[in-house]
Design a protein around this ligand. Sequence first.
Ligand SMILES: O=C(O)CCC(=O)C(=O)O
Ligand SMILES: [Fe+2]
Length: 386
Amino acid sequence: MKTEQDRSSSASGNLPEVPTAHESVKELREENARLRAEIAQLRPHHVDPHDLSWDAAITRGIAYADGVSHTSSLSPGRVLKQLSGIAKQRQEDGLIRDSDEFDYLPKPRSDQTELEADFVRWGYCLVEDAMSPEQVKAQVDRLTEQATAERDLESAIMTSRKSTAQLVNNLVLKGQVFRDAVEFKPSAAQRGELVDALLTKIMGERFGLGCAHGSIVHQGGGLQELHVDQAGFPMPYPPFPFGSLIIWCYTPFNLENGATYLVPGSHRTATGATTFHDGADLVHLVEGEPGLVAVCAPAGTCILTDTRVLHGGGLRTAAGTRYAMRCHYNRGFVRALHEQASVNHHVPDSVYEKLSPRLKQMMGIEASNSEPIGELRSQDGANASP
Ligand SMILES: O=C(O)CCC(=O)C(=O)O
Ligand SMILES: [Fe+2]
C-alpha cells in the first residue's frame, strides 16, 4: 500500500513532509547531524554549553532557545529534524509494536493515583471507559454527519492525500455533544470529571482550550512526522508541560487501526529535566526500549498526553475508519488559540449564547468587565470628582 502523510498537527502547526526513499532519509539525517555540529562550531559567540557562569550567559546573549535562530520559538523543530521520516521508515520495516505488548506501559485505568503514575512516568495515561458506547455513538453520528456536509460543501479539510483522512475543525461550533465533552460534562463523557481532575493537576485551574477537532482516518491515512505538541515554546523546557493533548477514542486504537505512535518516557527524566535540548539524541529514544509504539486503547478510552512527549499520528493499514476527537488544552496564561481553531475569536452570536461560562473562559472569550474604563480626558476626571 502506498503511504500517505497527514501534515496537520493538533498543536504544533504544519508538520514537514516525510521524504520517500529509505536510503536518502538515512543519508540526509546523517548529513543534517554533521552540518549542525559544524554550524555549532562556527557560531561567532560559541560558548561551552556546560559553562553556567554569568559571563557565559551574557556572551550567549538573548538566546533562550538555541542561540542560533532569531525565531527562537521554532527551535524544537531543529532538534526534531533528526526524526524526519523515521516513523514512516519504522512502520515500513515492521518495527513499531503495539503498546499492550509491554506489561509495564500504561493500560486503560480508572484509579486516579495509577493514572497519575502512568502520566508522570510515561508521559501519557489512558482513562478507561471515559465515554460509554452510547456516548461514543452520539459523537460519531454528529461527526460523520458534519464531515459529510463539509465535503458536500467542498469545504472539508482533507489532511492526507487521496482523501484518506479528514479533519473536522472547531467542533465547539458544531454540536452540543462536542461542547459538553470539551468541558467534561458527565452527560457527554461518563468519566469526564476524572479527565478534568487530571488535566487540572497537569495545568492548574482555569486551563484553556487550544482546539477541539474530529479526526477521521481511513485506510492509508493518518501518518504524521514525530513531534511534540508544544513546539511553539522555546527550549529549554521547564520541568512541566505547557499543555495536554487528549484523544477521545471513538473506535479501537492499535497498530493496524492507525493508533497514535508515541515514544513512552520521552517527555522527561526522573529529575524532571527535559529531553529536548541541542544535541539530544532522539533517534536513540525512538530505537530504544520500548521505543516507538502504537498506543492501544479500546473505543471509549480517553488518552491524555504530556505536550512534551514525542508522538505522531499513525498509519492506518486496516480497512475501515478510525474516528476520534482531539482536544488540546493549555495552561491558563497561554493564549487560547490555534492555527486550526480560529473559533476562539470568531464565534457566531448564535453559538456564543449557548456557551457555558466555563467554555467561554476556556476559549478566552469571557467578558470579564462589561463597563471597562476607556480613554479619559482631564475634565472627565475633574467632573467625576465630588
Ligand atoms: O491523531 C493522532 O493519533 C495524533 C495526532 C497528533 O499528534 C496531532 O494532531 O498533534
Ligand atoms: Fe500531536
